[in-house]
Design a protein around this ligand. Structure first.
Ligand SMILES: NC(=O)c1ccc[n+]([C@@H]2O[C@H](COP(=O)([O-])OP(=O)(O)OC[C@H]3O[C@@H](n4cnc5c(N)ncnc54)[C@H](O)[C@@H]3O)[C@@H](O)[C@H]2O)c1
Length: 240
């Protein structure tokens, strides 16, 4: 039995709660901006699943780690502070797993686009771009998932060296991510290869938040009683 706290009780926190199997998880508390864990966490907790926002995530990680609680972190928009988080995890000797996208489908998609991008190395007449569309409440831009896609394409496709966002005139070595915000879109990502003759579009579309929540619970079972800093993308193949 894993004693689990939900830190962030918004759209994701509530979806995760709805999927909890009482044979595997005991919910020790749900926390949001009105009752943050710093002042309200009291019960013994093994793992906290953190889905809040970029402004509060680092403070939450530091607090939870200082209490010896292992963390599954789904919040996006903090990856420029990844070394700060690595230091926190190492200082308190706890377990931490994060993902820009916990959906198993997206993690399969990452592997597909990595291989697909290599096929275009000898065909420079194809342009390549990423398009991400999300609901209008999303705070970060481009999405964490789009940044991960860009990273994999840059690793695989020799002609791209860095990404740019919403550029009207990207240079040859830049991979442009086009960001769109439209009401009620959970998360849509397209990798688009375009030539004068045709378009090849590799798309992932999230139908609901359920896939993210399922993956976060898989990660919670993985990180329970473990120590160290993990990226879900690197471990998920061995978990399912
Ligand atoms: N990694 C993934 O698979 C994935 C999937 C979906 C969303 N996300 C990310 O997860 C985050 C949350 O998404 P959401 O759709 O649930 O947002 P949301 O706005 O619906 O919920 C955020 C919650 O965090 C709470 N909160 C804010 N500050 C807090 C604090 N200091 N302590 C505790 N709770 C606090 C808010 O009260 C709210 O309940 C976003 O960064 C989003 O981009 C990641």
């Amino acid at each position: 039995m894993i004693n689990l706290a939900l830190v962030g009780y918004g759209k994701m926190g509530k979806m995760i709660e709805s999927l909890l199997d009482p044979k595997e998880f005991k919910l020790t508390g749900t926390f949001d901006v009105t009752n943050p864990p710093k002042t309200h966490l009291s019960e013994v907790t093994d793992v906290a699943i953190e889905f809040t926002n970029p402004a509060n995530v680092i403070g939450n990680i530091e607090f939870l780690a200082s209490k010896g609680i292992n963390i599954v972190c789904g919040t996006t928009g903090w990856y420029d502070k990844i070394n700060v988080v690595k230091d926190i995890v190492s200082k308190y000797n706890t377990g931490f797993v994060f993902a820009s996208n916990f959906s198993v489908g997206v993690n399969i998609y990452f592997k597909i686009i990595k291989e697909a991008s290599k096929l275009f190395n000898n065909f420079g007449h194809y342009s390549v771009s990423i398009e991400e569309t999300h609901h209008t409440q999303k705070l970060d831009k481009p999405s964490g998932t789009a940044i991960s896609i860009a990273k994999y394409v840059i690793e695989s496709l020799n002609r791209k060296e860095k990404y740019t966002n919403d550029s009207s005139d990207p240079s040859d070595n830049e991979l442009n991510i086009v960001s769109k915000r439209i009401e009620n879109i959970v998360g849509n990502h397209k990798l688009v290869f375009e030539s004068q003759s045709d378009s090849i579009i590799i798309e992932h579309n999230a139908k609901s938040r359920r896939g993210f929540a399922e993956g976060a619970l898989i990660a919670a079972k993985f990180i329970n009683c473990k120590k160290g800093f993990f990226k879900f993308e690197d471990i998920f193949n061995n978990l399912t």
